[in-house]
Write a new protein. Structure first.
Length: 434
């Protein structure tokens, strides 16, 4: 029997099959990509010894290379060392100071990224990048796309609707992580990233819902009735009504109306002219404040134009919004216009929950969200015959084609086309041309 030193890493596994294992050579293979290599059945002792010594030499060369990297790199850059797994790549992407994850993204976007990373790590974090192909990623996409599983009290199992957005976002994050790791000179990540660049994954279609003029009126009415019954504080009902009407009337994003809370950071950059409120470890930023609307005229920069272009509104001409603004007591007209607890700017989650509570009383369908008010305002303008270029300017779009995604009343347009075609046919019947 050959001595152990003649075939380092050798081990007999299940079914009496022979393997070379990196763990038999060292406790820490430092991310060596092939930690378990089957040895050919029927090989002679001499052949097995030669293979084991060769694999061991490759392992030791890899370890020396990794040690040199550690000696020449800043050990404080990341807590995680890359071991070839998807999980390690995801953690390094989050930890590295030069990662996009730590630069120029909002706290809301970061929450979305963390949700995507959680899906990846929990499901495929153990997989080694080197052993993954585009076929594997396509299989992950199909699995992540499946509807959530539910079990009723009687033990019946059923599945919710497909989660296309969840799957697409998770795969997009896989691409992002791999591209970042490729920039750190990891060849396995570079190879898979380049292969994935040629593969397309279905994404969720554009939203079809819109918050209409009637929805907004019903919302304002319901909020007032709930306040009368003591189901909601009167000032809360008023502020939520203002926020909803402002999104619809001004065709602005929710964030442009209620602003944004985010963790406080030293040296954080904000758009010029924006109002800031620092509270403990958080900062609120927003443009929709009482100090910004002297004479009821509001000049603001919007998130859609990345706060570069300014628009101006005469708030008095909006018959849903202005009466609500005028109801706010004069002594309360300071700071953020849409307030929450303790007179502070309302928080996103608080706003969303309170909006849905009132929307249910107003019998607004659950699939219609507050964010759909912007599309509702654009749809109303389109139905009124306003030129698309003007609607695009009102939405602060730089590309008119983007505006098309907000004009969702396709059914009515199809009916209009059908009626026009009928009229042509009728005219042809009358003059005998058909």
């Amino acid at each position: 029997m050959p001595r152990r030193g003649e075939r380092p890493g050798f081990k007999i596994g299940r079914n009496n099959l022979a393997y070379w294992l990196a763990s038999q050579v060292t406790r820490d293979p430092m991310g060596f990509p092939d930690t378990c290599i089957p040895l050919p059945p029927g090989a002679t002792d001499e052949e097995i010894g030669e293979l084991c010594r060769g694999y061991t030499a490759q392992l030791r060369q890899h370890i020396e290379s990794e040690k040199k990297k550690l000696e020449t790199s800043d050990p404080s850059l990341t807590r995680t060392r890359y071991d070839g797994t998807i999980k390690a790549a995801c953690l390094i992407y989050q930890e590295h100071p030069n990662s996009a994850f730590n630069h120029n993204i909002s706290s809301t976007t970061r929450r979305g990224y963390l949700a995507d990373l959680k899906v990846i790590i929990e499901n495929v974090g153990h997989r080694r990048v080197k052993s993954c192909t585009t076929l594997d990623v396509e299989a992950w996409y199909r699995e992540w796309r499946k509807g959530a599983e539910f079990i009723d009290d009687d033990g019946t199992t059923w599945f919710g609707p497909e989660r296309i957005a969840r799957a697409h976002n998770a795969v997009a994050m896989v691409r992002t992580v791999l591209r970042f790791m490729a920039r750190l000179r990891h060849p396995d990540c570079k190879l898979l990233a380049e292969e994935l660049a040629k593969v397309k994954f279905e994404r969720e279609g554009a939203r079809e819902q819109e918050l209409t003029y009637q929805h907004v009126r019903d919302f304002i009415r319901a909020a007032g009735e709930m306040a009368d019954k003591g189901l909601i504080a009167r000032d809360r009902a008023l502020y939520l009504s203002i926020a909803t009407a402002a999104q619809f009337e001004l065709m602005l994003r929710q964030g442009d109306i209620i602003g944004k809370w985010q963790p406080r950071k030293e040296g954080a950059k904000f758009p010029g002219g924006i109002e800031l409120l620092h509270l403990d470890k958080e900062t609120w930023s927003g443009f929709f404040t009482w100090e910004k609307i002297p004479g009821w005229r509001w000049r603001t920069r919007t998130s859609k134009s990345k706060y570069r272009a300014a628009v101006e509104f005469d708030l008095q001409i909006y018959d849903l919004l202005f009466p609500l603004l005028d109801q706010v007591p004069v002594e309360e007209r300071t700071g953020a216009i849409v307030k929450g607890e303790l007179g502070l700017p309302i928080r996103y989650r608080t706003f969303v929950k309170a909006f849905r509570k009132i929307a249910q009383v107003a019998k607004i369908p659950d699939e219609v969200w507050s964010m759909d008010a912007r599309a509702g305002g654009a749809g109303e303008a389109d139905e009124a015959g306003v030129d698309t270029t003007l609607i695009s300017a009102g939405l602060t779009h730089t590309n008119v084609t983007t505006t098309g995604r907000y004009l969702r009343r396709r059914a009515k347009k199809i009916v209009t086309i059908a009626e026009a075609r009928k009229q042509v046919r009728a005219a042809g019947d009358e003059d005998g041309t058909t």
